[in-house]
Design a protein around this ligand. Structure first.
Ligand SMILES: C[S@@+](CC[C@H](N)C(=O)[O-])C[C@H]1O[C@@H](n2cnc3c(N)ncnc32)[C@H](O)[C@@H]1O
Length: 202
């Protein structure tokens, strides 16, 4: 098997890192990544946050590829990649300070996005952050013609995928106990949404 490679990850890793540096705290101990893909983000980001154990996850078919990146990089804080399908699996039974996900909401079906946000609400405690990177629509409009084309391309491959409305994501996050801390403009018409878990009510 050839080591997988994502050109998009190489393009977006620097701007994402700049925001992670503002958002991840020195007191944070564990980060769960959903939809880690090739594992390139974990390999690039983890060394900048040596206080953090980084837990990469994805659907089972992606685990072998990311393991190739992790075996090569030998970064002690990156944990063994595990299968986590937000439509059927729970988070590992650990306290996570941060959940990070990049370019997953437009791939996952909307019902799975909602399951994911529900899991975030169930499993994160007050002050923990959820960081969501990717393209979103605002007030029904794509943020660029290229994103409108990308949405059509996604839907031609899978009609249930597609660029999500920020308002739908935001309403679901609020419903699940989060407040939006920041909505960063990113290169190539992407966004990075930072949410904080409000007080946990059982
Ligand atoms: C476009 S890739 C992004 C990968 C990586 N985060 C990146 O930025 O390059 C979308 C990822 O979401 C994952 N994914 C899709 N459905 C999922 C689900 N139900 N649960 C968890 N991950 C899922 C895919 O396997 C894939 O790795």
């Amino acid at each position: 098997m050839e080591k997988p490679f994502s050109p998009a990850c190489e393009r977006n890793k620097h701007p994402i890192l700049n925001i992670l540096k503002e958002t991840i705290l020195p007191t944070d101990r564990r980060l769960l990544e959903i939809g880690s893909g090739t594992g390139q983000h974990a390999v690039y980001f983890a060394p900048y946050f040596p206080q953090l154990e980084w837990f990469p996850t994805d659907l089972r078919p992606n685990l072998a590829g990311m393991k190739m990146w992790f075996d090569e990089a030998r970064i002690s804080t990156i944990q063994k990649p595990t299968k986590l399908d937000v439509s059927q699996d729970d988070f590992p039974k650990l306290k996570f300070d941060v959940v990070f996900t990049a370019n997953t909401f437009h791939i996952m079906h909307w019902k799975d996005c909602k399951s994911f946000m529900k899991l975030l609400g169930h499993r994160l405690r007050e002050g923990s952050r959820a960081i969501i990177y990717g393209p979103f629509k605002y007030n029904g409009d794509f943020t660029s013609p290229s994103n409108a084309d990308f949405d059509l391309e996604l839907k031609s491959k899978d009609p249930l995928s597609g660029i999500r409305a920020f308002e739908d994501v935001n309403n679901n996050m609020i419903k699940n106990g989060f407040e939006l801390i920041q909505d960063f403009e990113m290169p190539s018409h992407n966004k990075l949404l930072v949410y904080s878990r409000l007080k946990f009510v059982k």
